[in-house]
Design a protein around this ligand. Structure first.
Ligand code: COA
Ligand code: NAP
Length: 267
């Protein structure tokens, strides 16, 4: 289904996306590019992020790719400076870099836990904090990509649950502090999204994928375009009075088990 956003909806706007070499975040970047925005993309490796930027320019858009690890504040700051110099003040920031793997807590070293918290939570702080001086204010829109793990405890996901819960609270604190400057800060909580590294790690077999879908109210995975549309809504004038909120775009994931099995009475 085509997006409801016109090809010129974000014309003249600059969008900075962290963690944009693949998956949902690259899908968001493509959505904004199709709606006329100029894109600045970062991820850890120069080759991967340049290849991602090339997919946007090949489709007729404008994009630069820069290597920057979100755990490295100076690197993120340098990328934002270059983005502003080359593309203009930044209207939209998407913070979506993340790391994840399934592991029980006893199978997780302190460094394993710290690695995920550093990429997800500290990384989101770094991206948002460093962006503040480069934003087109008033009017800028900041969006963190969180997850249902932020509010639903999940087996073998202690690191991601803790990190994403921290992100949800960071969103709300920043919305309060930066609202007076005309900066809105929101989050998107995607449910399971098709053809992503995240779901390849969380539901690696067809059987696990089928079980996941059977429990969802909407009975299917979402698409990267679903999340791109949510990000464009939150960054549009239609959402000018929306800040500090987390938009669940998740097929009902957060509601819990909606399978027929959930209705069975215990024998
Ligand atoms: N189970 C338990 N521990 C694991 C693990 C697993 N499956 N995978 C990595 N770790 C541990 C490592 O052993 C290491 O701990 P140690 O130093 O005590 O041995 C720690 O995590 C850091 O691993 P490292 O490979 O050095 O980190 P990195 O910064 O290079 O990579 C990851 C980060 C581990 C999150 C990696 O999976 C990654 O790059 N992910 C990005 C893509 C992704 O996760 N996408 C899905 C997003 S939802
Ligand atoms: P993905 O393709 O692996 O995306 C993760 C991105 O983060 C990659 O571009 C990766 O690029 C980048 N990255 C990782 N560590 C980084 C670091 N230290 N610094 C900078 N960039 C870094 O995974 P995805 O599944 O699409 O997930 C994207 C986002 O959606 C994540 O925030 C995830 O938690 C969230 N989410 C996903 C789902 C889902 O169904 N997939 C559901 C809910 C939430 P490099 O490797 O090139 O650095």
């Amino acid at each position: 289904m085509p997006s409801a956003f016109r090809p010129d909806a974000f014309a003249g706007k600059t969008v900075f996306v962290a963690g944009a070499s693949s998956g949902i975040n690259l899908g968001i970047a493509h959505g904004f590019a199709r709606a006329g925005a100029r894109l600045a993309l970062i991820s850890r490796t120069a080759e991967r992020i340049q290849a991602a930027a090339d997919t946007i320019t090949a489709a007729g858009g404008t994009a630069i790719g820069m290597a920057a690890d979100v755990r490295d504040y100076a690197a993120v700051e340098a990328a934002l400076v270059r983005a502003q110099d080359e593309l203009g003040p930044i209207d939209v920031v998407i913070s979506g870099a993340a790391g994840n793997f399934l592991a029980p807590v006893v199978g997780m070293s302190a460094n394993a836990f710290k690695t995920v918290v550093d990429i997800d939570l500290l990384g989101t702080f770094n991206v948002f904090r460093a962006s503040f001086d480069h934003l087109n204010k008033p009017g800028a829109s900041l969006i963190a990509i969180t997850a249902p793990q932020a509010v639903n405890a999940m087996m073998f996901q202690a690191h991601a649950c803790a990190a994403k819960a921290g992100i949800n609270m960071l969103i709300k604190c920043l919305a309060m502090e930066w609202g007076p400057a005309g900066v809105r800060v929101n989050g998107i909580s995607p449910g399971p999204i098709a053809d992503t590294e995240g779901m390849a790690r969380l539901a690696p077999t067809p059987e696990m994928e089928a079980r996941y879908k059977a429990r969802l109210a909407l009975r299917d995975y979402g698409t990267k375009d679903d999340i791109a549309d949510a990000a464009m809504y939150l960054s549009s004038d239609n959402a000018r009075y929306v800040t500090g909120t987390i938009l669940d775009c998740d097929g009902g994931s957060k509601l819990g088990d909606a399978s027929a099995d959930a209705l069975k009475k215990p024998q």
